[in-house]
Design a binder for this molecule. Structure first.
Ligand code: HEM
Length: 224
């Protein structure tokens, strides 16, 4: 089973992400949208949307540093394990609070407001569930690790990160994932599920860089 989860599923996820996204773009470009709900409930969107996206960008940066950069490189430039830990938690904990807090406020806005609720599709519901669980397991794992509850031996830069790089190098070393704590195994499986669902949901909007949005005149929504 672990051969499938850590050796085959990553490629199924990456292929679905790339091929599915291209297919969605070519066959349904007009439906390629975040389905803005600003006109349904504007005030409750303002703060949560910034919290969520700021947390997302910070957590993304943390993943690039913690997963793609080998420990040997940070050791080589003089960043000790202790210093790395301080930097990772100094950025990671605020990132997790913003990401999860923003997500919680956005979900409250969506499911508390009847107008928002009727504009929420089944695919929205599923992706919110999977995304929420991915964020909770990622941030939960970070916190448990910070307080030492995942054991002194566990260091994700010696198992999960090299496993991920071995997948990118097309030579997956599934044994690296065998001793990862269950919370991080769930996190990575949920992340792969997020990638598989991505092309068929409103998340595709993050691949469009709407720079014109910052330059164009504001769209006027009438209050009544
Ligand atoms: C296969 C892809 C992924 C891998 C291998 C992975 C792995 C990890 C690892 C090892 C951590 C712990 C970092 C630390 O303690 O400093 C983590 C944290 C986290 N992950 Fe992921 N992750 C992946 C994808 C995702 C995705 C798609 C999301 C959400 C959309 C996500 C959200 C988070 C969050 C919110 C945290 C907490 C980070 C923080 O507090 O800054 N991850 N992930």
């Amino acid at each position: 089973m672990s051969g499938f989860f850590w050796g085959a599923l990553p490629y199924i996820a990456f292929t679905t992400l790339i091929v599915g996204t291209a297919y969605r773009y070519w066959t349904g470009e007009r439906g390629w949208s975040t389905k803005s709900s600003e006109f349904l409930a504007k005030d409750s969107l303002k703060v949560p949307i910034w919290l969520f996206h700021l947390g997302l960008v910070m957590a993304f940066g943390g993943h690039v540093i913690g997963i793609l950069i080998p420990k040997a490189i940070t050791d080589g430039v003089g960043i000790s394990e202790h210093l790395y830990h301080i930097i990772a938690l100094g950025g990671g904990i605020p990132a997790g609070i913003l990401f999860l807090g923003g997500f919680f406020l956005l979900m409250r806005r969506r499911f508390d407001n009847p107008r928002m609720k009727v504009n929420t599709s089944t695919s929205d519901g599923w992706i919110y569930l999977v995304l929420g669980l991915t964020i909770i397991t990622g941030f939960g794992g970070t916190l448990l690790n910070a307080v030492g509850l995942l054991g002194d031996e566990f260091n994700y830069r010696e198992c999960i990160s090299p496993w991920f790089r071995s997948v990118l190098a097309m030579s997956p070393d599934v044994s690296l994932m065998s001793d990862a704590p269950i919370i991080f195994k769930c996190h990575v499986l949920l992340a792969m599920l997020t990638m598989i669902m991505f092309p068929f949901t409103r998340l595709v909007h993050c691949l469009s860089l709407p720079f014109e949005m910052f330059l164009r005149s504001p769209i006027v929504y009438r209050r009544k």
